[in-house]
Ligand binder design. Structure first.
Ligand code: ISL
Ligand code: CA
Length: 556
């Protein structure tokens, strides 16, 4: 596998709205981020992924862009952004921007034109169709509830929106659209950005006939006709040829519904498309009939998915490693324990993320072990997905208590509560009223406390990042799983030439015992990392694991 900087990097994701407010309006902003660059440097991350900071009416917190080449006034100015880039580069860090080009805002100039008339030059920038028998052109559902179509009064035709009705889908089959996007990307790259995270990039090619989706509902999921669609790889290769290949950058595609086999087509090193994709199989592990139907997850399923991606891309392409982001609940609440073993379990999960093969992505606050939140009523939530679902489920007669429970477990605002910097009002996030309430546990969980506590989750992350940098095997070693059937322990080895690492993780609060399978032979073992002290007399044939214990050994 060829060596490159983005394989050796650790990425830190910033959700600007919730990171740091600098002017008391309750909204995080770019000057706020600049004031925290030393914090990020202390943590040791290499790359910042900045969620959208472009001009936007904020129907979906910046994922609805009305001008791709200007900065949202709430967040600052282009010169603030330039200072941010400079501040990162001067500290040896890089910046990747969110690229949201499956759709724009309905307030983007292209759409304002497009909706005016059927013969407007921008009409074909979007996907317009006549209704069928007084109804929508097809039965597709939107990711954010209801139909994926909205009728526009000006012409009586409908436009497609896979997300909110203020996020019309761009028509990638129109060559002019692709040219506009490539020019815009080039503009940012020439300003010095180091790459892109591409929002739902595997949805951009739609089956032209837009057939009805299978299913019994009024609206049904039409993924068969727009996920990894007919021209997707043609578009990705064109983008790479026209834009990406001309720069030394990193790219990661957000690709819901992609299997390792499909992922290899996007990230295969001989394919000329992307460097990495975000897989969603793990994120669906606790979903029954849709995201809001919450089910318990099993460690054997968790391991099967993670290991399948490790081996599925081995030697072909590179993995991305994440357990949460701005769309997902907090990982310590979901896969760990946000009660008495919060710190131990956050560290155990961190050990997993940083010792698998791939590039780890840390979501802001994860390094503090920030948790999910429970607000008393729906009015306290801000997320459009949450609100649309709530309305739909109430109308369908679901009990409010049950709906709120799903929101507590899966709602996107779990991840979007402001960063907890210290124990002062609003966790030091703002001197005003935060756009979304701070999690009340900020008095206990905050950056200041973590920086002062040598045993904190923060310092564990810092040391893990350092450990990964010092040991090539952690980046490039081959992965092999052990004890696949074990319901409590995730264990694996990494091998690079003569070197071997053994990782042992107890995923639960109960104590358990690890026994190294006979197939793994070794002369001696040295313990090199972990979240509990381990006395030198340890025995790998009978290793007692404490709650959420993580240990890493070298075997010789
Ligand atoms: O959030 C989700 C879980 O319900 C996903 O369905 C999510 O909508 C999907 O992964 C796409 O996410 C991306 O595009 C959306 C935006 O709302 C998300 O924040 C973004 O990460 C539309 O741009
Ligand atoms: Ca602000």
């Amino acid at each position: 596998m060829t060596k490159t900087w983005w394989k050796e990097s650790v990425v830190y994701q910033i959700y600007p709205r919730s990171f740091q407010d600098s002017n008391g309006d309750g909204i995080g902003d770019i000057p706020g981020i600049i004031s925290r660059l030393d914090y990020l440097q202390t943590l040791g991350v290499d790359v910042i992924w900045l969620c959208p900071v472009y001009q936007s009416p904020n129907d979906d917190n910046g994922y609805d862009i009305s001008d791709y080449q200007s900065i949202m006034s709430d967040f600052g100015t282009i010169s603030d952004w330039e200072k941010l880039l400079e501040g990162l580069h001067s500290r040896g860090m890089k910046l990747i921007m969110d690229l949201v080009v499956n759709h724009s805002s309905d307030e983007h100039a292209w759409f304002v034109e497009s909706r005016k008339s059927k013969d407007n030059p921008y009409r074909d920038y979007y996907i317009w169709r006549d209704g069928k028998d007084g109804k929508e052109p097809n039965n597709w559902s939107s990711f954010f509830s209801g139909s994926a179509w909205k009728k526009d009064e000006a012409t009586g035709q409908y436009f497609l929106h896979l997300f909110s009705s203020k996020q019309p889908d761009l028509n990638w089959d129109n060559e002019k659209v692709r040219r506009e996007v490539y020019d815009m990307m080039t503009w940012w790259l020439d300003k010095g950005v180091d790459g892109f995270r591409m929002d739902v990039i595997n949805l951009i090619s739609k089956v032209q006939q837009l057939p009805d989706a299978a299913g019994e509902g009024k609206y049904n999921f039409g993924g068969d006709y727009f996920m990894n669609g007919p021209r997707i790889h043609e578009f990705m290769q064109e983008m790479n040829r026209e834009v990406l290949s001309k720069y030394d950058i990193m790219t990661v595609g957000e690709t819901p519904g992609v299997t390792p086999e499909e992922a290899a087509l996007y990230v295969g090193e001989d394919r000329g498309e992307l460097n990495m994709v975000f897989q969603f199989e793990l994120m669906d592990i606790d979903s029954g009939n849709g995201k809001w139907d919450v089910c318990p997850w099993k460690l054997t399923d968790f391991k099967r998915i993670m290991s399948k991606w490790q081996t599925g891309l081995a030697g072909k392409g590179w993995n991305s490693l994440y357990l949460n982001n701005h769309d997902q609940p907090r990982m310590v609440s979901r896969f760990g324990n946000d009660g008495i073993y919060r710190k131990e379990s956050a560290k155990m999960l961190a050990t997993l993320l940083h010792t698998l093969q791939g590039t780890p992505y840390i979501y802001q606050g994860e390094e503090l072990g920030m948790t999910n939140v429970k607000f008393g009523s729906i009015e306290e939530y801000q997320d459009i997905e949450t609100h649309n679902m709530y309305k739909e489920f109430v109308e369908a007669g679901h009990p409010v208590e049950q709906i709120m429970n799903s929101i507590y477990i899966k709602g996107r605002d779990n991840a979007r509560t402001p960063m907890q910097w210290d124990a002062t009002a609003n966790g030091g996030f703002t001197s005003g009223t935060p756009w979304l309430q701070v999690n009340p546990n900020f008095t206990v969980i905050n950056a200041e406390e973590a920086l002062n506590d040598p045993d904190s989750v923060f310092h564990y992350y810092r040391k893990l990042i350092e450990f990964r940098k010092r040991n090539e095997i952690v980046v490039y070693g081959d992965f092999k799983e052990l004890l696949e059937q074990d319901e409590r322990i995730y264990a694996y080895t990494r091998t690079l030439g003569e070197q071997r690492l053994l990782v042992v993780l107890n995923f639960f609060a109960d104590e358990t015992v690890f026994a190294l399978p006979d197939s793994v032979r070794y002369g001696s073992a040295e313990r090199v990392f972990g979240n509990y002290e381990l006395s030198p007399g340890f025995d790998l044939n009978e290793l007692k694991l404490r709650p959420y214990e993580a240990q890493v050994f070298t075997l010789v």
